[in-house]
Design a protein around this ligand. Structure first.
Ligand code: GCU
Length: 618
């Protein structure tokens, strides 16, 4: 039974309202097409490395106390009322910081900072419609956010790359509201991701913040996509939120398809229907057509732009709209190396995906965490298919139930936000996770959640690969997860971490399953502009030779149906310390962080021209 919504999941026969790990409320989707007041722009900030604004000197959380000290509790946003009153902070005198933006790339003194920063924003609010409800919405905050409005706590959110919202109806004043957020990007072993990653730990309010105004009973969540393997039936599910959610009629209109349908919600405000749709203009990389879809509840129209396509595997084939495709991909980190810092805007998405499109990509692996919604919507518009991934990366605490709840909450929030985007074809559960019974159980349970929420899209993960014992260079996938995924994906670094490029010549891939294979990473480092003989490491010629040897090697894998080389652009990583070459950057990009192409870019571009000609699905 398809659930689509994270709200109601049947696990061991029990239906429960999942409020995620951190108690935040169910996610409201499609914010950009709702009635919003942005809080983006200039905020104030105070750095609090000892979290003295949150904990008292006995390390007790101040916001759990009946009368927290006005003098030090930063979340009160308190101002002294007499000359003798002691208050040890002042947001009015604090420095400015931009939201959305990470703090590392904005403030030199915060470049390496890991800890807590308090954000403050004052604002007025007049409801556009009397009797409406309001929510405060965050596109993401890395990593842990404690949110307060006018001195009262709204809640906490854990997870650095997924949206969250809190209801603020009845709490907003026409003037003089203030929202205070403590964002803590400290890495912890029990977190998702854990303490060791190969990317910069950008902290802060890294995506948009807005006040969303909705009717008393409104459309909170919905799913409008083609039924599984059926391009003439559109499945619609709608979840209402509000006092009158039960037994409501919701109309669905898709004018360009001549479609008018409707559904009725049940006692929980959940309604489903299937709508026959003949001769739909299907979404595909070569023709990324998006329909205007309107969902109408009591004259309240919520519109969206949605593409319709089928996605499935058949043996070793990946079929888009029934035609075999080869996923001509690239891995991408969410970073704008030209400006610096986390990417977040529509323009950032157009730059990064524009580079991928120029290389000849029809697919991108958004590593290693859910990217901002602009990336997914721009991919929808540009006809670039997407692999979207939760940061279950390397050495997660597989035996920790809270860690699992956290990973599952992030997975639910990723699927909830992007389940109506035709571009998304793969949900990825993990990257390069060491095999153990607990790890396999952890990820199998994530796959269960994914299948419950979205039975249509493909499931994968960067599985473990190793060289078969006693062989020169036979690569085997002995990862038990390969039985549970739709696409067998794995990272391989023959020629970089494993020998030199010529080692590619002796490689043999021994893959048992008749499933599509995707090489989710390969590559090597090069400093753009550094030239020399191809056996000189870090030169563009070395990287170019590695790409030449690799594409020749992987093209011999009969089940190969995609590749997402590591990586589109050089990206910051504290692990990369070689002076004059890395200087804190991972140099495996095909493009430098400032957008200059390296010679290997053209090797891959040529390979993709060949693959495009081989696969009619394009
Ligand atoms: C790993 C990992 C990446 C990392 C890359 C590298 O495969 O998945 O996150 O950046 O290797 O070493 O550059």
């Amino acid at each position: 039974m398809k659930k689509h919504f994270c709200l109601q999941l049947i696990l061991s026969g029990m239906i429960f309202l999942s409020t995620g790990l951190s108690g935040q409320e169910a996610q409201i989707i499609n914010i950009e097409n709702r009635n919003t007041q942005t809080l983006d722009g200039v905020w104030k900030y105070i750095v609090d490395p000892y979290e003295s604004g949150y904990y008292d000197y006995r390390r007790e959380a101040r916001d759990q106390q009946p009368n927290p000290s006005k003098s030090e509790s930063l979340f009160l946003g308190y101002k002294p009322t007499s000359p003798s009153e002691r208050v040890e902070y002042d947001f009015d005198k604090a420095d400015n910081i931009l939201v959305p933006r990470d703090w590392n790339s904005q403030k030199e003194k915060l470049f390496y900072y890991e800890g807590s920063v308090w954000y403050y924003k004052s604002f007025d609010f007049i409801p556009e419609k009397p009797g409406s409800r309001q929510f405060i919405y965050f596109g993401a905050a890395n990593y842990e956010a404690d949110v307060y409005l006018n001195g009262s706590k709204l809640g906490k959110h854990i997870g650095g790359f997924t949206p969250f919202n809190f209801e603020v109806s009845g709490k907003l004043k026409p003037q003089g509201n203030f929202v205070i957020v403590k964002v803590d990007n400290t890495r912890k072993p029990e977190n998702v991701p854990t303490i060791n990653t190969d990317w910069w730990n950008y902290g802060g309010l890294t995506r948009e913040v807005s006040i969303v105004e909705v009717p008393q009973t409104f459309i909170q969540d919905y799913y409008v996509q083609l039924a599984d393997k059926n391009s003439s039936v559109i499945e619609v599910s709608v979840q209402l939120n509000g006092p009158d959610r039960a037994n409501q009629l919701v109309a669905i209109e898709i004018p360009e398809a001549g479609i008018k349908g409707s559904l009725k919600t049940d006692d929980n405000g959940l309604g489903k229907t299937n709508i026959k749709a003949k001769d739909l203009k299907l979404w595909s990389p070569d023709s990324p057509f998006l329909y205007k879809v309107m969902l109408i509840l009591n004259n309240d129209v919520l519109s969206d732009r949605i593409g319709f396509r089928t996605i499935q595997t058949m043996g070793k084939e990946i079929l888009v709209n029934g035609k075999p495709v080869f996923l001509r991909g690239l891995s991408i980190h969410e970073e704008n190396g030209v400006r610096g810092g986390r990417a977040y805007s529509r323009e950032d998405a157009q730059m990064l995906l524009g580079w991928a499109k120029e290389l000849g990509c029809n697919f991108v692996r958004l590593a290693h965490y859910p990217h901002n919604e602009n990336m997914i919507r721009v991919a929808d518009e540009m006809g670039i298919m997407v692999w979207s991934e939760v940061p279950v990366y390397w050495t997660i605490q597989w035996k920790n139930p809270e860690t699992f709840q956290n990973a599952r909450a992030q997975l639910c929030d990723m699927i909830t936000r992007d389940k109506n985007r035709a571009a998304v074809i793969v949900w990825s559960m993990a990257n390069e996770t060491p095999i153990s019974p607990e790890r396999t159980e952890f990820i199998k349970n994530m796959i269960l959640t994914t299948r419950e929420m979205d039975p249509v899209r493909l499931v994968s993960a960067a599985l473990e690969r190793h060289t078969k014992e006693g062989t020169l260079n036979t690569q085997v996938i002995a990862d038990p997860l390969q039985e549970y995924v739709d696409i067998i994906s794995f990272n391989e670094y023959i020629g970089w971490y494993d020998g030199l490029p010529e080692k590619c010549k002796t490689a043999v891939f021994d893959i048992k399953y008749e499933k599509p294979v995707l090489i989710s990473e390969f590559g090597g480092g090069a400093l753009q502009g550094f030239h020399g003989p191809k056996d000189q490491i870090w030169t563009e010629e070395f990287q170019e030779d590695l790409y030449r040897e690799t594409v020749e090697m992987i093209d011999k894998i009969p089940q190969l149906r995609g590749v997402t080389p590591w990586i589109l652009a050089d990206f910051r990583s504290p692990r990369r310390m070689l002076p004059d070459i890395q200087d804190g950057w991972n140099r495996k990009g095909l493009i430098s962080e400032t957008g200059n192409k390296k010679k290997a870019f053209f090797v891959l571009q040529k390979y993709y021209e060949k693959k495009k000609a081989e696969f009619p699905g394009k």
